[in-house]
Design a protein around this ligand. Structure first.
Ligand code: IMP
Length: 457
């Protein structure tokens, strides 16, 4: 059986904690998209690990799989594995032979493209990890897949085809001289061949390469429980998010099938859990109708002078809302219900986990964007174009706030111990999304969750 974990908002919903929670009774945790643009902190036996590619479950002795839908930076992956090794852990991580490798030139191009876009204020605010350029090469049929690294001839042939194109792009289109770059090796066939050939050897020696679809199918057929872990979130899905302020993959549940090689039937017959933060955050640019305050450089048109600055700062500090990968302050807003209706439909959530309910504790009033007004019309879900979304005015509903309580005690006692007003808030979310709340996050720790429905049962 599978349990698929999907971000219902803009990423950073606290998926890692829920993967951890439900991963406890899983045998395998498989990522189906994204790369080292995602980040998670794992606390295991008192030690803290900051990871981007090694799935958190792998630190706890599960098999970790990076599916074919992922883009893999092998420098990052091996750095993480080596660091874990130095701390006495030997996680079992497998990579799909069909997954694409992020090459050093992808990162350089990501940076240059963002810089060029910033001249017209149209940058996406990417994490700079080369994610977009790698998926572009995948779709353009000039990518290099993990399986290709095993074969020296194929690897050299592919590099000799693609590297001159990248050089021409950077020099002729962007007017940047490769020789003047700090990392000009990123555009040198021989240097790339040497590094990636060595990576290929290590992957083979450590028996890390698998046919992920076949492997996962066999495991499921023989009774294994598999968590399919989405990175990022619905609103930055390349198809269902607010294009072009998106990542270049599909975090929605359809991506779990395509990005692992499991059938849609297999994914659909399991649970699909949408992860919701009790408020909203966003990294990078693009609209955010329920935004409080703003972040200079990311919030469109914001120059540091806003109405709800203090509240935004309070929530940001209480929730530790700074990027795991980039350290950037996140933009903060009230929960956006049209967004959640959209997310629930796109992925077919069977359950929700609502995180950070404790962060809002102590506020007199908690608001939600219940609907939008657009061109004089009431809208209950997200419009398809970002231009329209940017013009949506939120129609707010207010809830009475809930007190700050001993959340560890709440986690131990269960749902009935959650303050009444917070229960009202959760039940409203259930009604509006037509999805039951399976779990409630009431603190950052592994055990600080109230679980109403266990996975794999
Ligand atoms: P990219 O994935 O680095 O190409 O970035 C594209 C957009 O997705 C940017 O707005 C990023 O801030 C956002 N993004 C990428 N990964 C994450 C994540 O893990 N959490 C939140 N936002 C993300």
């Amino acid at each position: 059986m599978t349990v698929t974990i999907v971000g219902a908002q803009l990423g950073d919903e606290g998926k890692g904690g829920i993967v951890d929670l439900y991963g406890d009774s899983a045998d395998i945790v498989a990522r189906y998209q994204g790369g080292d643009n995602a980040g998670h902190t794992v606390v295991h036996e008192g030690e803290e690990y900051k990871l981007s590619l090694v799935p958190s479950g792998a630190v706890r002795g599960k098999v970790g799989v990076l599916g074919n839908g992922c883009v893999v930076n092998l420098r990052t992956l091996f750095d993480e594995l080596d660091q874990l090794g130095e701390r006495g852990l030997q996680p079992d991580v497998r990579i799909a032979e069909r997954a694409h490798a992020i090459l050093p030139y992808h990162r350089v191009l990501d940076g240059i493209e963002e810089e060029v876009k910033s001249e017209s204020d149209s940058e996406v605010g990417t994490t700079g990890r080369g994610i977009g350029p790698t998926y572009e090469d995948k779709a353009g049929r000039r990518g290099i897949r993990i399986g290709d690294l095993r074969n020296t001839e194929v690897l050299r042939e592919r590099l000799e085809y693609v590297v001159p194109q990248k050089r021409a792009l950077i020099e002729d289109v962007y007017g940047v001289s490769v020789d003047e770059l700090d990392n000009s090796d990123a555009f040198d066939v021989d240097a790339l061949f040497e590094e990636f050939h060595a990576f290929g050897k290590r992957l083979v020696e450590e028996e890390m390469i698998v046919n992920a679809g076949a492997f996962l199918n066999e495991q499921i057929d023989s009774g294994a429980n598999v968590v399919l872990e989405g990175a990022q979130g619905t609103m930055i899905d390349i198809d269902h998010g607010n294009y072009p302020y998106v990542t270049s993959s599909n975090p929605t549940a359809g991506g779990a099938a395509v990005g692992t090689g499991l059938s849609p039937g297999t994914v659909g017959s399991g649970e699909v859990i949408g992860i919701v933060k009790a408020y909203l955050t966003r990294v990078g640019s693009g609209p955010l109708p329920t935004e409080l305050g703003g972040v200079v450089g990311d919030t469109p048109g914001y120059d540091g002078d806003g109405d709800d600055e203090e509240l935004a700062t309070y929530i940001r500090e209480e929730g530790g809302e700074y990027g795991t990968v980039t350290g950037r302050p996140r933009r903060v807003g009230w929960l956006d219900i049209p967004m959640l209706r959209h997310a629930a439909r796109r992925s077919g959530f069977t359950g929700l986990a609502v995180n950070h309910v404790d962060v809002l504790a102590g506020l007199d009033t908690v608001k939600v964007g219940h609907a939008y007004e657009l061109d004089g019309e009431r809208r209950m879900t997200i419009p398809a174009t970002t231009e329209q979304w940017g013009r949506c005015e939120p129609v707010f509903r207010s809830f009475e706030g809930w007190p700050d309580v001993d959340w560890a005690a709440v986690a131990a006692e269960g749902y009935e111990a959650i303050p009444d007003n917070a229960q009202d808030y959760l039940e409203y979310i259930e009604r509006e999304t037509e999805t039951p709340v399976y779990a409630i996050g009431v603190g950052p720790g592994r055990n600080e969750s109230v679980v109403r429905q266990r996975a794999f049962e």
